[in-house]
Design a protein around this ligand. Structure first.
Ligand SMILES: Nc1ncnc2c1ncn2[C@@H]1O[C@H](COP(=O)(O)OP(=O)(O)O)[C@@H](O)[C@H]1O
Ligand SMILES: [Mg+2]
Length: 272
């Protein structure tokens, strides 16, 4: 695994955009670097993006593992290529809501008690203000991969659209930020050594509903099934080859067990 010295790089402040504290972040030579903060976020980013490489999704951010030297410490982390061009801005769902509804999106959603209504309202709103089409399929695919990888962090700053500053046109943002998947937060919510099946029950999905499967069913009822996975058990094992040496055996075993469990539970997502 590569190591990068970021002592002279400038930190990017994105405090307001994370739900569980702030992962240190740097943008250096058009690559975004993120250091682990609550647990094994980097491992998750890398494993999820590797496995999404074996799916029908093309539009996702690829994360590579890296060791980061900073402030007298050496940390695990990951990096990704900057997906934004010079003349583009990232506009989060939260931004859109503040701009067009003068309201936080969470507050806006409280107007709709039913989860299907929440999702449909979101899709209609995004289509109206961005002029994008098939936002329902885009969002449903996102919820499918989040439920599969147990990503608890799909708040309204982790859903975004890319605005071309010159033309005013939007394009879909590649799916990003899988850091808080697979029980990665070992500091606060999911300590190592506890029963993973009990921990799974503690996870709260976002952004429409706390129960992953209720949220998923509602979206799929409205917009159909989209995600098709085709990785094998061998692909899971291989995905850990490079990253394995910098995380404990216990962490690797837990992440693998979760993946096998999810693969069994969501068999229908796998193409035969
Ligand atoms: N590869 C990337 N290309 C462009 N912007 C990025 C990239 N990675 C992160 N960012 C920017 O940093 C913000 C936070 O990144 P994210 O991966 O969500 O980190 P966090 O785990 O701290 O929430 C994003 O909303 C985006 O503005
Ligand atoms: Mg984020």
């Amino acid at each position: 695994m590569k190591t990068i010295d970021l002592n002279t790089a400038s930190l990017i402040d994105t405090k307001a955009t994370s739900s569980k504290g702030n992962q240190l972040k740097w943008l250096v030579r058009n690559n975004w670097y993120k250091a682990d903060h609550m647990g094994y976020e980097g491992l998750c980013e890398v494993i999820v993006s590797k496995l999404l490489g074996k799916s029908n999704i093309g539009n996702f951010v690829n994360y590579e593992p890296i060791r980061i030297l900073f402030d007298g410490r050496e940390m695990n982390g990951c990096y990704s290529k900057n997906f934004r061009q010079k003349n583009e801005s990232l506009v989060t769902l939260e931004h859109l809501s503040k701009q067009w509804l003068a309201n936080s999106f969470a507050k806006e959603l409280t107007r709709y008690p039913d989860v299907k209504d929440k999702i449909q309202h979101t899709v209609d709103f995004v289509e109206k203000v961005t002029k994008l089409e098939n936002v329902g399929a885009y969002l449903t695919t996102m919820l499918e991969l989040d439920v599969f990888f147990l990503n608890e962090d799909r708040h309204t700053n982790n859903i975004a659209f890319i605005l071309n500053d010159d033309t005013g046109e939007y394009r879909f943002c590649p799916y990003f930020d899988f850091g808080l998947s697979l029980l990665a937060d070992t500091t606060e919510d999911y300590p190592m050594g506890e029963d993973i099946y009990q921990l799974i029950n503690k996870i709260q999905a976002k952004p429409f509903e706390r129960d992953f499967d209720v949220q998923l069913d509602a979206a799929q009822d409205l917009y159909g099934n989209h995600l098709e996975l085709h990785f094998t058990n061998q692909d899971i094992e291989q995905a850990f080859d490079e990253i394995g040496e910098h995380y404990s055996d216990e962490i690797i075993a837990r992440a693998k067990e979760l993946l096998y469990h999810q693969k069994h539970k969501y068999q229908y997502m796998f193409v035969k």
